[in-house]
Design a protein. Structure first.
Length: 576
RNA sequence: GAUUCGAUAGCUCAGCUGGUAGAGCAUCUCCCUUUUAAGGAGAGGGUCCUGGGUUCGAGCCCCAGUCGAAUCACCA
């Protein structure tokens, strides 16, 4: 393993601490009685409450000025400056704790505990005057240092921001340490979930859990992840939705059930798609989709209020207002509104004409429903910024929704569109088992025609319906998409702690033993690694003359005076 | 999957027409006081993503690859 100079330095510091009988990773708890936030908010009004504080966190900056120093400590809530004076933390003769430990053996990134009192500096910054300092955990890897300054107008300017998306997502822990707004985003995501959970629980609906591993995948149209159970020797799928299980529970007699579900779809990735994502699904008996629209409006409006204290949320360049009531269009109305074309009574050839005219891409396999959906998706959806309900979808696209009570060829379904994207999907659930079987069979036909996202027939679910499911309204809300909007995040990766990333290929690093087995002296191993020959295969392919040169050159460069250079014969022997 | 762009010090980035690898921050040494991106003096730190090629000479040009980003496509 290659270590940078700074990493080696810190490992050395760790050793030095041990030699001073200072445990770099102590086990005892450290009593914390205040947070940075509490100090900053309350010190001015109640300074006497902060005479004996104890706080822990990560040291994020340090400015040493001889026998006194300023540094910053960061806890979960924020940062605060602290002031350390040598003679405060070392009242006796022995000044090691300040001169050696604080100044030399501590680094930015170390986790420390402080005791002391709060005061204000001459410049007016609330700070902690430290009387006792304890190392709680030594950090061996240097952090990217992000500095922020404020100009006279109070604009915060960030220097050397840690922005590389790859590193931020692969090492989210670093992102969270140095980019405080990231921590805030995820707190808001949790607040959003809590708000919705509370809203639904207050209405008496039951939060449940249903299988993630399913023998048949259903409830949505998507390609699944496939896996295998060894003991049962059977194929299982990671769920693409939990809809059919929640409906079974409605059959079983619960009148309202919901689940925050991780779903998995084996499809493309984009800033709106992660292979695993979160939905909350809700089913309520004896209700219909009109009732559900009212509920969703209320629920999301409340979530906005809980997070922001207002129904207005800044998203990119737009301000989105979740205040009830939201605009409602039928799908046909929306298409007519945005294109001027009334397609409500068109047949398939006429729809194809319209697509051509509007430059909507189509292909042969698309039926009437898909064509309508395509027109909507191309011409309307991206233009819907404020929360808007689109209702009454073509039946072909909605095999689990109930036929419309009045309109032929449509189902009682709605989606809420916001910022140009779907945030929820709901319908009056189809509970006629005969019709449901027919719809599944139509899906099977689509599957035979090559649609690899067509639904599969679930006999057990049909059996449940045959026992009788009450009329039910069902809902699915994409939590990630909603979180993106509520936190003003442009990418789904910004609201998922550990978004899926392509695996990094790691070469099989050879160990010292592997080199020695070839006759390489152990002291030469670091040289070979430094040259870049980290696998035996690479070493074997090296040109002996060049290798000999490189080794001697690198030895000099690394200033390994005590290491004896190999001769050419010796190098050649490694490669035999 | 397609197109475009990118990869240089721990971090953020510069690097001219192909000619000895640079800055700021971070790190190390020295001075230092309630400082404000504290300051001053000095030092160390590089597989210029990988592999080929062109060339007397490649961070830079060419080819292939890896990884990433953006846009598009797919995702009812």
């Amino acid at each position: 393993m290659h270590l940078s100079e700074q990493e080696l330095q810190r490992r050395k510091e760790r050793e030095n601490l041990l030699e001073l009988n200072i445990e770099p990773y102590p086990s005892a708890l450290f009593e914390v009685n205040v947070t940075t936030e509490e100090i900053k908010e309350n010190f001015d009004s109640n300074p006497e409450n902060f005479k004996e504080i104890s706080i822990a966190g990560r040291m994020m900056s340090r400015r040493i000025m001889g026998s006194a120093s300023f540094a910053e400590i960061q806890d979960e809530k924020g940062r605060i400056q602290f002031y350390v004076r040598r003679d405060d933390i070392c009242p006796e003769e022995d000044k090691t704790l300040y001169n050696t430990v604080f100044k030399k053996l501590l680094d930015i990134g170390d986790i420390i505990g402080l005791k002391g009192f709060v005061f204000k500096t001459q410049v007016g910054e609330i700070s902690i005057h430290v009387t006792d300092l304890k190392l709680l955990s030594k950090s061996l890897k240097p952090l990217p240092i992000v500095k922020q300054t404020e100009d006279e107008e109070g604009n915060v300017k960030t220097h050397d921001a840690f922005t590389d998306p790859e590193l931020r997502y692969r090492q989210r822990y670093v992102d969270l340490i140095v980019n405080p707004e990231v921590r805030k985003t995820f707190i808001q995501r949790t607040q959003l979930v809590n708000s919705i959970r509370g809203f639904l629980a207050d209405r008496g609906y039951l939060e449940v859990e249903t299988p993630v591993l399913q023998p048949l995948y259903g409830g949505a149209a998507a390609r699944p992840f496939k896996t295998h159970h060894n003991t049962l020797d059977m194929t299982l799928y990671l769920r693409i939705a939990n809809e059919l299980y929640l409906k079974r529970l409605i059959v079983g007699g619960y009148d309202g059930v919901f689940e925050f579900a991780k779903d998995f779809r084996n499809e493309g990735m984009s800033r709106f798609h992660n292979p695993e994502f979160t939905q909350v699904e809700l089913y309520v008996a004896y209700k219909d989709y009109n009732w559900m629209m009212d509920l969703v409006e209320e629920m999301i409006e409340k979530a906005a209020l809980d997070l922001h204290g207002t129904t207005k949320v800044q998203v990119g360049e737009n301000v989105i207002d979740f205040k009830r009531p939201w605009k409602r269009y039928t799908m046909f109305e929306a298409i007519e509104h945005f294109t001027g074309i009334d397609i409500s009574s068109m047949d398939e050839p006429e729809l194809r004409e319209v697509c051509k005219k509007l430059n909507v891409p189509v292909d042969e396999t698309m039926g009437k429903g898909k064509l309508i959906d395509e027109i909507f998706g191309e011409q309307c959806e991206p233009l819907l910024i404020q929360p808007t309900y689109i209702t009454d979808y073509p039946v072909e696209m909605s095999p689990l929704a109930k036929r419309h009570r009045e309109k032929e060829g449509l189902v009682e379904r709605f989606e809420a569109i916001c910022n140009g994207k779907e945030i929820c999907n709901a319908f009056s659930e189809l509970n006629d088992p005969i019709d449901q079987r027919k719809r599944f069979e139509e899906q099977l036909e689509l599957g035979k025609r090559g649609d690899d996202e067509a639904m599969v027939l679930d006999e057990d679910f049909l059996r449940a319906l045959e026992y009788g499911m009450p009329p039910t309204a069902g809902l699915g809300v994409g939590i990630d998409r909603l979180a993106m909007i509520m936190t003003n995040s442009p990418s789904i990766q910004d609201v998922i702690f550990f978004p899926q990333m392509k695996a990094k290929k790691k070469p099989q690093y050879a160990s010292e033993k592997d080199y020695v087995a070839l006759g390489v002296r152990a002291e030469l191993v670091p040289i070979l690694q430094k040259i870049g020959l980290v696998t035996i295969e690479q070493l074997k392919q090296a040109n002996p003359n060049k290798l000999f040169n490189d080794v001697c050159g690198m030895r000099k460069k690394m200033k390994l005076k005590e290491v004896k250079n190999p001769d050419l014969e010796e190098v050649k022997n490694w490669l035999v």
